[in-house]
Write a protein that binds this ligand. Sequence first.
Ligand SMILES: [Zn+2]
Length: 841
Amino acid sequence: MAAQLPDGIPRDLARQRAAQISDVRYQLRFTLTPHAASASGHEELRFRAGLPSLFLLDFRGGTAANLTINGVPTPAKIENGHIELPANVIHAGENVVSLDFTAPVSPAGKAITRFEDKDDNTEYLYTLFVPMDAEMAFPCFDQPDLKGRFHLQLTAPEDWTVISNTATESQSPAVSGQRTTTFSETPPISTYLFAFAAGPFRKVHETTGLPGLYVRRSKFKKAQEEAPEVQQITGQGIDSLSRFFAQPFPFPKYDMVMIPGFAYGGMEHAGATFLREESVLFRIAPTHSDHLNRDILLLHELTHQWFGDFTTMRWFDDLWLKEGFAQYMAYQALASLKPDENIWKRFHQSIKPAAYGIDSTRGTTPIYQDIANLKDAKSAYGAIVYSKAPGVIKQLAFVLGEEHFRDGLRLYLKEHAYSNAEWSDLVHAFERVSGRSLQDWAAQWIRRRGMPQVDVAWSCGAKNQIDRFSLTQHDVLGEGGVWPIAMQVGLHYNEGAPLHLRAELSTEKSDLREAIGKPCPNYVLLNDQDYAYGRFLLDQLSRKAVIEKLGEVSDVFERTLLWGSLWDSVREADLAPRDFVELALRLLPAETDESLAQNLIGHVTTALHRYLSPSVRPEVVPQAEALASNQMLHSPSQDLRIIWFRGLRAIAKSPQGRAQLKDLLSGKLAVPGVELRPLDRWTIVTALIALHDSDAETIFAAEQKRDASGDGQKYAYMAQAARPESASKQHYFDDYLHDSSRPEDWIEQSLAPFNYWNQSELTLPYLKPALEALPQIKRERKIFFALGWLNAFIGGQQSAAAQAQVREFLRTAALDKDLQLKILEVSDELDRTVKIRQRYP
Ligand SMILES: [Zn+2]
């Protein structure tokens, strides 16, 4: 009896295959049939083997037949997600494997997803393979460092458009109204970057020299309005990144395909990025920031064409190599394309809170994440790779200087063209161009988890000059050790420009001698301009000065950093949430920066819903509601009016607040110059249902009638999840776990309404079952689902009782390590909430 085949793809198996196998070529034929539960296909796989040994081909969830290996018929037995290619039929040198197969197609949970467009009763199919679902679509060596050349033939209804990584080579009619499209062979790419989409897509705003943009037929008109901006920024990004990397766009063409309800903002398939349609065609009245965030998304996916697709991580433990750089380079590119936009302030706002948020929890991991089996790779996705990694890369660019940083990236890409690399290859490239050792830097920042908190102690003496200025660092998690930190220290004065000093800190404590003798500042801002990574709270003296002067700080980046530091103090239970809220409500009316105002309204909302005790809340809510309403109606800037509208919707609780929301729906009240879009309206309906407003059900029924579109049906599902009734919660919870036909994004959108902040008693009984469902979710759902699930179910709770349940679960459940860490990560916010409420009752 043969030994049992391994589960998933263990790293050892991957290493052994990568050492033995080369020159992989996939010749694939798929036949796509409307409404069918599977796609049928034929594959001819060629590869060179170093030795005639047994190889495993990865394949799960489908069927295989007619397997021949080098002409020898062989049983096509699928066992534990693998097909054995026996050693006695494998040659040293080139091998040819041929077989027929079928792969499942479903609205959720499979590698080939079906989207049914309820607006015009059409159907779309698309693939999403990352991190290891290519093997659910066709037999393959499903690991990133066995790149293959793909030659794809798709047979589909003749009125469908088909899109893949390369351009169409030829088309020919096939039987019964079908058509066969052959795509030219791809350069070597990893299996997770191979993709296709099919359906009655239309190409929008086709313009020579600009990337192609596809959308489903029913959104064509809407897409036409947005396409020029999307294509323009992408086109400029291609020029800018090609120059920066000194490497032309690495694939034969670049298209973007908008997919409704797509599981991520985007996925960077080589030459064919798939984008979440909702991230491009806004369902809410968008602000300027929403447009810039869209630019970032487009540039992020575009950067991946070099960083990820052209040069690919060897294994998913180096996921940060592609995600960290894509994120950092997206901001860097946008900063050069839109120099007036204060992009690095936005980088700080979007990136740093999430990074520090995870890195100060016991669920955090190093940037390099050990992944012993590819089936655990989904857990590597999260704030560590998307937020900490770019934050640390910004620190590295500051340490190296822009030129060495750029040259290091160029060298790395050049040396690993169409191939794979590891983090150490990148570090070596930086060392070679800069001539400085980065070994200690890499050991602390890449291989070790956690982050430093940096504190300053300073005083002034005679002549009103600084006579003492020392910096100390400690590990936030208390696990010991120090980090090499380079930062800018700002000395800020009531009058005149601030002084900026460069400080490098590689020990626990060090004096900043340069500061001695400088005029006594009003306050000291560590990590001024945000080059470094860590927690930088204001010292007591500075904090007092900042709270007094914050309204007069004219530099918006500085203001943003100061507010951020105060908010960190709230989250550390070191500043009363009520003090923060009152300061914010006092200064917000004069805040003209839309994205900072948005941050602050978000913090106020969090404080109201989580940190303030239920007895204090009613004292603050009316003031917050009144301010939001007033600003929504009278703010001179349209972006601010939109932000305040969203704020009112989040904050409104009192009968007056709810009445305003209802007036916005009925048209009695309008946000001047702003037309609410469907999702704006549906989120109001959701809030009214969640708050148990007596008109909510009537309003819901009216909205359902008003918006019966495909989107409307999804949003109605979302809104009803907020219904404060236990029978309804039970129904939804069963649906989440047992209805495989429910599209994943419907569920994702409904998780927060289900766990609405005011319903924690009603949802507490689902906390434990939600935790118990994690292994199933990890197995069946796309990458970010588990994190969204935990954030909703744990995030919906604020009590010590809920905290105790989570801790008990962690203590007793037999869980994979990665899931344990996820729970620790997410429950940190619950721990903070409980601590803050105890400290400031
Ligand atoms: Zn990415």
